[in-house]
Write a protein that binds this ligand. Sequence first.
Ligand code: F6P
Length: 325
Amino acid sequence: MAKVERIGILTSGGDAPGMNAAIRAVVRCASVAGIECYGIDDGYTGLIEGEVHKIDSRFVSDIIQKGGTILRTSRCPQFLEYEYRQKGYEVLQAYGIDGLVVIGGGGSLAGMNEFSKDFGIPCVGIPGTIDNDLAYTDFTLGFDTAVNTVLSAINNVRDTMTAHNRACIIEVMGRHCGDIALYSGISGGAEIILVPEIPFNVKDLAKTIKLDRIKGKKSVIIILAEGVCSCSELKEQLLAEIEEISIRTVKLGYIQRGGTPTMCDRMLAARCGARAVELFIKGNIGGRAVGIKNNKIIDVDIDEALNTESCFDKELYEIGKILGK
Ligand code: F6P
């Protein structure tokens, strides 16, 4: 197939700061290249239901600084079924759309992969998830903003914990990937970082907290990824081991997913969006995923992207342990 002439854009899965900046980048680059853009609302659900409308460079004005996604999003298990993907394809055909951009996380890009293979439609995935759990790319859209949000929470919590000589467990997002905990823990000066990739022992943890007290630390910040356990569960386990230290908990939850994107997320969005459009101009692309490796924008076959084995940065984790002492 030659150059794509009309692309659809959708955001899918958990929203992430920077998704709007990516929509803007795709639309503006496409428009300069003479490619028409259609926004698909509500992710794959909207694709199946035909929620499609034409968008242009003006439609994406004044959104670069906004969190969430102006196209809205959804989690859409139906898209796992061929029958519903077929409906989505028929919708694209009805609008003469011959290329698709999906901005989302692992599940969303996997759906895109199936869709592209089923109907031979060129698709480009842009990694958008605060979890940073796509191994083919160093960073995903939203991760930097989420970590900065956690950092600001750590700063506030630290003040009050120090004032009261307390320990605090701060629970952050990340079901399978501990990157939010790891990066915010290291840059926030946490004493302890707990991630799903590295098992922990509650007795050792209690010892570390007691030792911190002996060393003269006035507060102990424990950053806990939600994939390990909940902050209340951990508090209960710790209280069974240490009675002398008062422990508080904070679950940051969805606060981490909103907010204005940082410079890093906006730049990643701009660069990924531009590469996505370059790919459509090139044509014959099948399914591809764009991302960033060693600060260079990359694009890889979608199968390769999804099959890249995730590898947690143990070296960084060890640095975090030393810096928390
Ligand atoms: O988008 C990723 C994420 O924020 C995870 O960190 C979190 O576990 C999950 O989404 C929450 O999903 P939902 O919005 O469906 O509650």
